[in-house]
Design a protein around this ligand. Sequence first.
Ligand SMILES: Cc1cc2nc3c(=O)[nH]c(=O)nc-3n(C[C@H](O)[C@H](O)[C@H](O)COP(=O)(O)OP(=O)(O)OC[C@H]3O[C@@H](n4cnc5c(N)ncnc54)[C@H](O)[C@@H]3O)c2cc1C
Ligand code: SF4
Ligand code: SF4
Length: 488
Amino acid sequence: MAETKTAAYICTGCGIGDTLDAARLAKVAKREGKMALVREHAFLCSDEGVAAIRADLEGEEAVTHVMLAACSRRMKTEAFHFPGAAMARANLREGVLWMVAEGEAHDEVRREMADDYVRMACAELKRLKVPAGNPDRGDARRILVVGGGVSGLTAALEAAEAGYDVLLVERESELGGWAARLWKRMPSREPYGEPAETGIGQLIERANAHPRIEVMLGAQVAQTRGAPGRFQVRIARADGSTAEALCGAIVQASGFTSYDIARLPELGGGIHAHVVDQAGFEALARQANGAPIRRADGRPLKSVVFVQCAGQRDTTGKHLPYCSGHCCGTSIKQAMYLRDADPEASAMVLYTDLRTPGMGEDFYRSAQAKGVTFTKGVAQAVEAAGEGLRVRLRDLILDEDALAEADLVVLATGQVANAGVDLDAWEAAVSAAEKGDAAAVAKKDELAKVSVLNLAYRQGPDLPQLKYGFADSHFICFPYETRRTGIY
Ligand SMILES: Cc1cc2nc3c(=O)[nH]c(=O)nc-3n(C[C@H](O)[C@H](O)[C@H](O)COP(=O)(O)OP(=O)(O)OC[C@H]3O[C@@H](n4cnc5c(N)ncnc54)[C@H](O)[C@@H]3O)c2cc1C
Ligand code: SF4
Ligand code: SF4
């Protein structure tokens, strides 16, 4: 190891030289601080000042320890970046100049404080070791993105554009996720009045063509070992083959699954063929390709009721307690599909309160202008009525029961996050399995099947989940104190 050699640099810039006696400070550093080398500079953070320090570090002087008497240690950190050297800083500017009142009456205090700051920094410096670096540190720059929906594609492209190599792993045989199953999307540009193209095709093309992005379809993460900067990831492909990859960081963009419509039998879900969820209606619209939309049995749709918050914002504990956020806008958009393709068709949106934040209000008004009917009410039951359906509802404005006839009912069911294994259930299964409980072993195997990351950590195979089952990336899952997991 190189011998220790200390050096003090007194900056006289930023008014330090006008207010303090730099020669005196140099003496303090030399005599009391025992600095081997002491220099003064009029503008230490300038290219020239930094080059002078670097010359002492790299040249004949072979300095290993640097004391800078200048400004706060929070300032000029990029200029004073000497990774191979130990460094302490005496904060003369903010700590002394800017703190002590002006005037001769305060000269002594100012002088004493400055001397003390220099003494303290010298004392600190002599106790510092030259940073050795962390031998366990990894510096793999490749980024693993799990999930090839619009979020994963965007993350992959942004990372690739920023100069990182990306491995994009998608479970299905195609990229795009939900966005690829939509006919149109809500508008994201002015005048916010019409459904817009999804743009997902271009995003997929860009990702496939990008030289820094490798796409693996029909693939999942079978195991993740290591730590940030050096994740060793095993990818399992649908054909049974595996691949290994070294990645520095992971982006989990595994999206969501639609809440199972069959859990809403009271609204006809899973019972009537012509009660569909919003994804079902997108499929019918895609099939129609701009022409009047037809039901699965080929009958042209003349009336559709869109039921908002179906199995969402539930207070009974039976369904999802939260709001999925997009489905008010999605129903408004879908009602427009219907009216745009056939102005004779009736579209009723049945809601308790519509959530159309920001420019969503303009979109909502545009739907009203197109003749979409918005009824404040709650659907109580959906039943068969001849060739169509009858919706029993409570009208919340008139405060009375009412009926609505429809060819098709669309339920705005919610999103269930693909967050992987619930760690509470996992822990319970693991501890019971360790006691020899056969059912718990089976439960553990069952839970493991939905894992997204398959982390090889004692804390469990996935990130912990927040209140409603969404993955929480702010989590300590490594054997040292950090909240930086390298998983985003
Ligand atoms: C019917 C419907 C209509 C909508 N309309 C609109 C709209 O008009 N405007 C709008 O802004 N939003 C709309 N949304 C919402 C929007 O589509 C979604 O928010 C968005 O597409 C989500 O993208 P994502 O990439 O986060 O997730 P997803 O689209 O769910 O993509 C996640 C991807 O990850 C993959 N995956 C999951 N688990 C794994 C795993 N373990 N390993 C590898 N891959 C995995 C999945 O196969 C999928 O491809 C709509 C949603 C629905 C359901
Ligand atoms: S910013 Fe800091 S290093 Fe630069 S001249 Fe001012 S006191 Fe000196
Ligand atoms: S339908 Fe509207 S209010 Fe209801 S859960 Fe969806 S976005 Fe929220």
